[in-house]
Design a protein around this ligand. Structure first.
Ligand code: KG4
Ligand code: ZN
Length: 355
């Protein structure tokens, strides 16, 4: 079954053709980063206008790259939640029009679950074996930071999430404070390679001594506003350090964020007896984070899975792929039942495990 995936929840217009959930025949992404960079972040109305311009050419490119035509598409999967509603509306309207005109099924996909699925696009065998469950997913993007438990029945539950900024958002804001361009995550990643992560003692939020949780109810929650404030104070004391110690500042800030992600995901994996730890979302591109979580897993005998960067940041292959699983389980929605939504109801991840 050939599914057309469509993604427009933030500042990437993406389309992808995915066969039977795993074979990515094309994945086209048109990024608007340059348009939003001058504002230091994504402007929702501007994003919507850009999606409108890009959606048809992006779908056409995806078809061309796959050597397919509209007649070959069996179903459409579209991100319908959560995200910037004006941006989501464009992809949803396009997908609904296409599904109605071609009289094919359409499924609304949760972007957050799409990110988790992205890690399995090239790891099908992991989903085929019940013994690989429960899986623990650490979802780290510009909009989300959460620890998710995925048991063998696919009933995903959130064990913890951020109380304020997402990890990517914190990195982007820190970069802005350091005078670096948007999006700052990749720049901080690059600068950190030449910096000392122990140069500045930024706090490890919601953790006490030796990484122990501050309070049981926030055991797996995150907060990144404190570490951000701490960076601002460091700069306030002496602004010249941005010029003289930029690499150390970047490396120390990044390490403070990553340490908490590592500590909490490690504790959560232990608590649920996770067999596999999956790292996903845009921040999963971060080289230090990948290295740290991989090492933690290796030490504890857990399998570590992370998508290549092209399936970590926003893309439509993760959407088209996940849509196939819902369709296989009879979850195709009525075209008028799909609506762009701000909230993020999780529901069941139907991919776990493949029969
Ligand atoms: O998943 P994504 O493309 O969009 C959202 O759903 O939010 O994630 C974007 C986020 C941005 O905050 C960006 O700075 C961050 O991912 N990011 C990185 C890296 N590459 C992208 N953060 C740290 N290191 C990277 N290499
Ligand atoms: Zn995303």
């Amino acid at each position: 079954m050939l599914v057309l995936g469509i993604e427009s929840s933030c500042d990437e217009t993406a389309a992808s053709l995915v066969e039977d959930g795993f074979t990515v025949r094309s994945s086209v992404i048109s990024s608007q980063i340059a348009k939003h960079a001058q504002f230091g972040g994504v402007v929702p109305e501007l994003a919507a206008r850009e999606h409108l311009k890009n959606i048809a050419p992006v779908v056409e490119s995806a078809l061309r790259e796959a050597g397919a035509s509209l007649n070959d598409i069996d179903a459409v999967g579209v991100t319908n939640r959560p995200g910037l509603v004006p941006a989501l509306l464009v992809g949803n309207a396009y997908a609904k029009g296409l599904a109605a005109a071609r009289n094919i099924p359409i499924v609304g996909i949760n972007h957050f679950l799409g990110h988790i699925y992205g890690a399995f696009l090239e790891n099908k065998e992991l989903l085929e074996d019940k013994n690989n469950f429960p899986i623990l997913a650490l979802v780290v993007s510009g909009g989300h930071t959460a620890i998710v438990k995925i048991p063998a029945d696919g009933k995903a539950s959130i064990l913890g999430s951020t109380l304020d900024d997402a990890a990517g958002e914190a990195l982007d804001k820190a970069a802005k404070a350091l005078g670096l361009p948007y999006p700052g995550g990749p720049v901080i990643d690059r600068l950190s390679k030449e910096g000392n992560p122990a140069a500045f003692a930024f706090p490890r939020s919601l953790t006490g001594a030796a990484g122990k949780a501050v309070s049981p109810e926030h055991r797996f929650d995150f907060s990144f506003s404190g570490v951000k404030t701490s960076l601002l104070y460091a700069l306030k004391g002496d602004e010249s350090i941005v010029k003289t110690r930029l690499n150390d500042l970047a490396a120390s800030f990044q390490e403070a964020v990553i340490d908490v992600l590592d500590m909490k995901s490690r504790d959560a994996a232990k608590a649920i007896g996770a067999k596999v730890v999956c790292l996903c979302g845009g921040v999963a591109c971060n080289s230090r984070l990948r290295e740290k979580i991989a090492t933690s897993c290796q030490k504890r005998g857990r399998r570590f899975v992370c998508a290549p960067p092209k399936y970590c940041t926003d893309n439509a292959a993760m959407i088209g792929g996940l849509a196939w699983h819902y369709l296989k389980h009879g979850g195709n929605a009525d075209v008028f039942g799909i609506n762009a939504r701000l909230e993020s109801s999780l529901g069941t991840l139907p991919f776990a495990p493949l029969a």
